[in-house]
Design a protein around this ligand. Structure first.
Ligand SMILES: Cc1cc2nc3c(=O)[nH]c(=O)nc-3n(C[C@H](O)[C@H](O)[C@H](O)COP(=O)(O)OP(=O)(O)OC[C@H]3O[C@@H](n4cnc5c(N)ncnc54)[C@H](O)[C@@H]3O)c2cc1C
Length: 423
């Protein structure tokens, strides 16, 4: 039986897979994308109903196509983001097969290329790009055991407030997901406890420009590695309700009970670290530092942007900062749900090649793995802060396509003598 052969196989038909396809096409490189579900599936089925993009539509898109139903300064609802990538696949005539899962990849023995077992048969590929996402497997730290009467879910399984049993909710993790979900639950009339760890919280906008613009002109999307000791600092931003700055002091003023990092659980009681005030102060310092850098940029470039002195007002410490709650008896507090907004891990179990360290992390340089012919795309911090976002993955894909194209040229080279002998 003949086996299908593909020059470059892209696994995953999300934004990363499509960006890769566009750049490979531009380089004239033959390729195929396999997607186990549908294009940009995670935007449809692994995110909550009211989610909108964190960045405005002029920024959170690929360069050659605008959103058709969302204004450039608006925040695209998640279904529009998914529809955008479906339209994008058509726009670039991406060679994609949906409903095909890659089950296992092995390196060929004593010859280049890879044997790829899929749910619809075997494919041989010279190169393989793993574009299966930066956020693959939800992570729930083993802190609180299963408790009767308490629903525990990860943020990727949260849809809307009505899905949860009546009662108070403890949301653990105050990055963009945790904060937006906690805010939505508070607005739906729930009693909400939000466990806040270290975070950055840039201003949604300042002096007439969205923070995505400021991070761009200040070179912060291009920062190549998280500062040492700051690897676990999450970023808290929101495009909800037209976009607003995440401000924990204001959330506390609206009735949200803020607590420090969740540390342990014993006899029905959750214990929190006494770090809430410090985390909020550090977040404020990060916020103010962006304003300072923005002001310096404006004066250095002589820009006539409107002044915004009110942006520097920091509300007084709420009671939960000055007199922090360090433990919470879940049943006494009426908590019936816990939402873990605690991030994701990578999962490359299907990729049986020598491209991982002992902890299962990809070994690579800018996405080019230690196993020749294997590439990664869309990893957090793959080349820079922006790598796992819509904006950044497009640029990383360009680099990989260029590398794949150059390698093919080398491998196709034959000396004159070899060519003559072959004729
Ligand atoms: C809640 C949330 C909000 C976000 N908001 C924004 C935002 O506003 N702006 C922004 O720029 N970024 C945002 N991101 C970050 C990032 O843009 C998304 O995570 C995005 O989905 C990543 O795209 P991707 O193509 O790299 O991976 P994914 O979207 O995860 O796509 C990978 C695809 O691979 C497929 N796949 C996996 N394994 C296999 C296999 N073995 N065989 C075949 N197919 C497979 C999956 O079905 C999936 O469709 C957000 C992330 C989250 C979690």
């Amino acid at each position: 039986m003949s086996v299908e052969k593909v020059e470059t196989l892209i696994v995953g038909g999300g934004q990363a897979g499509l960006a890769m396809s566009e750049h490979l096409s531009n380089c004239g490189e033959a390729h195929l994308i396999l997607e186990r579900h549908q294009i940009a599936q995670r935007w449809r089925s692994e995110r909550w109903d009211s989610l909108v993009a964190n960045g405005p539509a002029w920024h959170d898109r690929f360069p050659s196509l605008e959103f058709s139903n969302v204004g450039p300064d608006a925040f695209a609802p998640k279904e529009e983001v998914a529809d955008y990538f479906v339209a994008y696949a058509k726009h670039i005539t991406a060679p994609i097969r949906c409903g095909v899962e890659v089950m296992e990849v092995q390196k060929n023995v004593n010859r280049p290329g890879f044997r790829v077992e899929t749910s619809k048969g075997v494919i041989e590929a010279t190169n393989l790009v793993a574009a299966t996402g930066p956020f693959q497997r939800p992570v729930i730290p083993p802190v609180i055991p299963d408790i009767t009467g308490i629903t525990q879910i990860h943020s990727n399984a949260y849809r809307n407030p009505d899905q949860l049993p009546e009662g108070a909710v403890l949301v653990i993790g105050a990055g963009s997901s945790g904060t937006q979900i906690a805010d939505e639950l508070l607005r739906a009339g729930r009693r909400v406890y939000l466990s806040v760890g270290p975070h950055d919280r840039p201003p949604r906008s300042y002096r007439g420009r969205d923070f995505v613009w400021w991070l761009g002109v200040l070179g912060k999307w291009d920062v190549e590695a998280a500062t040492q000791g700051m690897e676990h600092v999450t970023i808290s931003v929101s495009g909800a309700r037209g976009g607003h700055t995440v401000d924990f002091r204001r959330l506390a003023g609206q009735g949200m009970m803020l607590v420090g990092r969740t540390e342990s659980f014993k006899d029905g009681v959750v214990h929190f670290s006494p770090d809430l005030a410090n985390n909020i102060e550090q977040g404020d310092a990060n916020y103010l530092s962006v304003l300072n850098e923005a002001d310096a940029y404006i004066s250095r470039n002589g820009l006539n942007f409107p002044k915004e002195p009110d942006a520097r007002i920091i509300d007084p410490d709420p009671l939960c900062m000055s007199d922090p709650v360090l433990e919470l008896n879940l049943s006494k507090a009426g908590v019936t749900s816990i939402i873990w907004a605690t991030g994701f891990a990578l999962d490359y179990n299907w990729l049986k090649v020598d491209a991982f360290d002992k902890g299962g992390k990809p070994k690579h340089k800018r996405g080019i793995s230690t196993e020749p012919g294997i590439y990664f795309l869309g990893l957090p911090w793959q080349t820079r802060r922006g790598s796992s976002f819509i904006w950044g993955v497009w640029h990383d894909a360009k680099y990989l396509a260029d590398h794949i194209s150059k390698q093919r040229m080398y491998l196709e080279y034959r000396t004159c003598a070899e060519r003559t002998a072959a004729e």
